[in-house]
Design a protein around this ligand. Sequence first.
Ligand code: CDV
Length: 307
Amino acid sequence: MSRPLTVAAAQLGPIARDEPRSAVVKRMLALMQEAHEKDVDLIVFPELALTTFFPRWYFEDQADVDAFFETEMPGLETQALFDKAKELQIGFYLGYAELIKDPAGDRHFNTAILVDKTGEIIGKYRKIHLPGHEENETWRPFQHLERRYFETGDLGFGTYEGFGGTMGMCLCNDRRWPETFRVLGLKGAELVMIGYNTPLHYPPAPEHDHLQDFHNHLSMQAGAYQNGTWVVGVAKAGKEEGCDLIGKSCIIAPTGEIVAVAETLGDELITHVCDLDRCDEIRKNVFDFRRYREPENYTPITEAKEK
Ligand code: CDV
């Protein structure tokens, strides 16, 4: 038995603060075209893929923040991605900043969508683990204000039927939490897509800077193996507005082995034919959840966190 799905990780290089969405979309369309030439079924773009990683700045004026958000999807500039998907028969995962205009108070999420080969949105995820801080911390060389600019995702860790299997999504910091993968694993995810923006320098613990690439792969390889799922991790990489972002986008097999990895810090496509049936190599063996899990002993995991 075999359920092959040709998957691409479409790493993006830096996006300048003044780079218009139309220019970024053009870069993404070129990667979609390249993917088409490689018979790709599903292409995965990074987190907040349409703009520069704006949480690195503190903005006094909310309008300056909102300028990085999308109020509709597809919108004027992003419609081209949906059209191309339909034309080339390629599905895609896209991370973007989502603004819901509401008279009771605008809502802001760090979001990812899954679009099928007909250009229809079949899944939406809103980031749950928001890293960084809420206030302007001037001692930092750059800010990480995700906790100021976004609210916690309200859709849970969902899975979506499509592409011949069960698809899961999460975003960046989520990959460091085993709970993310375990919930997706329990829901049967056979492929988990993760876009990320990870600065090389982590101001609160600079002694770990040299471990950034290692921790990136360690988290995703563990998530893949411990849940018997394919994982596709995709970076926005390179020196963006003076801030170095790690690359090393990768595709990981359910055994935890990296089967493809990006070599540059720029726009780069890597691909792999992922046999979704290979998830059983792990799930029917060492991580046969039904047989071997002991949830009665895991209750602290679901207790409310201390305030
Ligand atoms: N965009 C992110 O979520 N970045 C975090 C950094 C700040 C640690 C990450 O986990 O990669």
